[in-house]
Design a protein around this ligand. Structure first.
Ligand code: AHM
Ligand code: MG
Length: 333
């Protein structure tokens, strides 16, 4: 059978049952194109002078890498003229980005983390792009921040691109999770994993252990039990990984299972976690649930959270069902 490229896959999704409107299909193709451009810049690295600090900070008060800014620009440039979008919002921009007046506007809102894990870019470790698509509330002419504040259950699409040894694009529209691999010679994403599923059980966990002294009691208890291994209450050994690129961790979990945690901690009691609900928590929760896993903030399903602001933070526990259930259960005790 011939290869199924992203374009063909999207056209066939649109035909089958009409679950994928043409405007959304175009939007996803455009995001795929932008990710190829970002991938190219990431691959060029020092050859294109794209490594290192931008010398600016984002709204989160974090220092921006040059590639954070470049990836953000690529996504804005690629997506502003296509006619599918009413507005965009990015982890790297304080306010929503409005579609310039010369271009037609569409029904969708696009949110993205243009370069997730960017602290890894200078050391040549996998980074990625995460995105989430919502419908713009009907009748809205100029969307404001308030129009983006919809719970993750309202996402109509989400995905990520992973710039690693292979470049991959992972997508969901709410009917399973589909994995594509970039064929660099052909310049096309090709469907390589049609139905990604997360195993329910796992022996692997991911958390930044250097923050252990700042964790809340349920997280301490859960991780202590994992560390105690075969001599502890779990009666088996667990293995640990921490890439510090959420895209890479989620991809590992989609491929072979695991649990990823970025809990709330006492370093900054004002913040409910490090990761952002709209650009990281919601899209990854949607993908993980569609692959049979779970995603909570320790108390609630992430997708049910009503966001209060665009750059809201969230605690994240996601991955293999049995482990996410357990650590969420410890929070309730
Ligand atoms: P970023 O979007 O600014 O790159 O930050 C998010 C990243 C995640 O990819 C990763 O899980 C986490 O930050 C790592 O944080 P830490 O350096 O605290 O371990
Ligand atoms: Mg990020």
């Amino acid at each position: 059978m011939s290869r199924i490229t992203l374009s063909r896959f999207l056209i066939e999704q649109q035909r089958q049952g009409g679950t994928l409107p043409p405007e959304l299909r175009l939007l996803i193709e455009t995001i795929g194109r932008a990710c190829k451009a970002i991938n190219h810049a990431v691959n060029q690295g020092a050859l294109a002078g794209v490594l290192g600090e931008a010398g600016t900070g984002n709204i989160q008060g974090e220092a921006q890498k040059k590639m954070d800014v470049i990836a953000n620009d690529y996504l804005l440039d690629a997506n502003e003229w296509g006619g599918s979008l009413a507005a965009m919002a990015s982890e790297e921009m304080e306010l929503p980005y409005h579609i310039p007046g010369e271009y037609p506007k569409g029904d969708y809102l696009l949110m993205f983390d243009p370069l997730d894990g960017s602290s890894n870019i200078d050391v040549n470790i996998s980074v990625g792009t995460i995105f989430s698509v919502l419908r713009c509330p009907p009748g809205t002419v100029n969307p404001t921040e308030a129009d983006f504040l919809q719970p993750g259950t309202r996402q109509v699409a989400a995905g990520y691109a992973l710039y690693g040894p292979q470049t991959q694009l992972i997508l969901t529209f709410g009917n399973g999770v589909f994995g594509f691999t970039l064929d660099r010679e052909q310049g096309a994403f090709v469907l390589t994993t049609p139905n990604m599923r997360i195993p329910e059980s796992t022996g692997e966990f991911a958390i930044n252990m250097s923050n252990a002294r700042h964790w809340e009691a349920p997280v301490k208890r859960y991780v202590d039990e994992l560390l105690a291994g075969s001599t502890g209450p779990r009666g088996r050994d667990f293995n640990m990984r921490w890439v510090a690129s959420m895209v890479a961790e989620v991809h590992r979990i989609l491929t072979r299972g695991g649990i990823f945690m970025y809990p709330k901690d006492a370093r900054d009691p004002e913040k409910p976690g490090k990761l952002r609900l709209m650009y990281e928590g919601n899209p990854m929760a949607f993908i993980v649930e569609q692959a049979g896993g779970l995603a909570t903030d320790g108390h609630r399903r992430i997708l049910d959270i009503q966001p209060g602001k665009l750059h809201e933070r969230v605690a994240v526990f996601l991955g293999s069902r049995e482990e996410v259930e357990r650590v969420t259960g410890y929070h309730a005790e």
